[in-house]
Ligand binder design. Structure first.
Ligand code: ADP
Ligand code: MG
Length: 232
């Protein structure tokens, strides 16, 4: 199993009041799955993804990545995991505005200590994979929203992650572009065998592209199964 969450709870403390956000979440995800996490706003999707992405820690529960418990990892080890095992894609792209597509995509490789020439080569290949070989020298403002999100996907790919975590990656895109981005994830999933985990609230898109749906309501998993079994 690639990742396992067992009895995960997450509470936030606000003005000394405990706010339970995740309540006994149990999820196992295998290598190569394409999973959509669906649920209304405020149901805990981002909180859950931040825990899986090692950006936040659970209040209680067990989290295994490739069979190894990581809840007691220190910041350094978590940061290694984020760099080498996980790739992140966000709703707002988070690209550096003054850098070209190529430089944005190459950036994580500089943290990993890859030499400049090699960085550009890998970044170019990643951009090519998402159909942007002709746009490598464009800056974000010179690209459409869909193209910017593809640059962000290419950036998430360069360190050869096992898992890509995408929090509402199509929420800011028009329907046609959103479809293309969902299909890019599918391609990456199938061709590179990278596990895809996305938060999304667009039902038709989730059902059309993801293989498995996890439904969350008020911090609890209310559905977990193949997308073809979901009746709308
Ligand atoms: P979703 O992504 O499904 O919209 P979130 O995970 O962002 O939901 O939030 C779930 C709940 O947790 C919300 O009620 C939100 O207000 C609360 N929450 C999220 N982050 C914090 C925080 N840092 N402190 C306090 N409450 C938070
Ligand atoms: Mg969210």
């Amino acid at each position: 199993m690639l990742l396992e969450l067992k009895h995960i709870y997450k509470n936030y403390l606000q003005d000394k009041i405990v706010i339970p956000v995740l309540k006994d979440v149990n999820i196992s995800i295998d290598e190569g799955e394409y999973v959509a996490i669906m649920g209304p706003s405020g149901s805990g999707k981002t909180t859950l993804m931040n825990i899986i992405g090692c950006l936040d820690r659970p209040t209680k529960g067990e989290f295994l990545l490739e069979g190894e418990s990581i809840v007691n990892y220190n910041e350094n080890r978590l940061s290694d995991l984020r760099l080498n095992t996980l790739g992140f894609v966000f709703q707002s792209f988070n690209l550096l505005p003054k850098q070209t597509a190529l430089d944005n995509v190459a950036l994580p490789l500089s943290y990993a200590g890859v030499p400049v020439k090699k960085r550009k080569e890998i970044a170019f290949q990643a951009l090519k994979r998402v159909g942007l070989a002709e746009r490598v020298h464009f800056r974000p403002s010179q690209l459409s929203g869909g193209q910017q999100q593809r640059v962000a996907i290419a950036r998430a790919l360069v360190n050869n992650p096992k898992i890509i975590l995408a929090d509402e990656p199509v929420a800011a895109l028009d329907p046609v572009t959103a479809k293309q981005v969902m299909s890019d994830f599918k391609k990456i999933n199938q061709e590179m065998n990278i596990t895809i985990l996305i938060n999304i609230h667009h039902v038709e898109l989730a059902l059309a592209y993801a293989d498995r749906i996890i439904g969350i309501r008020a911090g609890k998993i209310v559905y977990d199964g193949p997308s073809e079994n979901v009746t709308q």
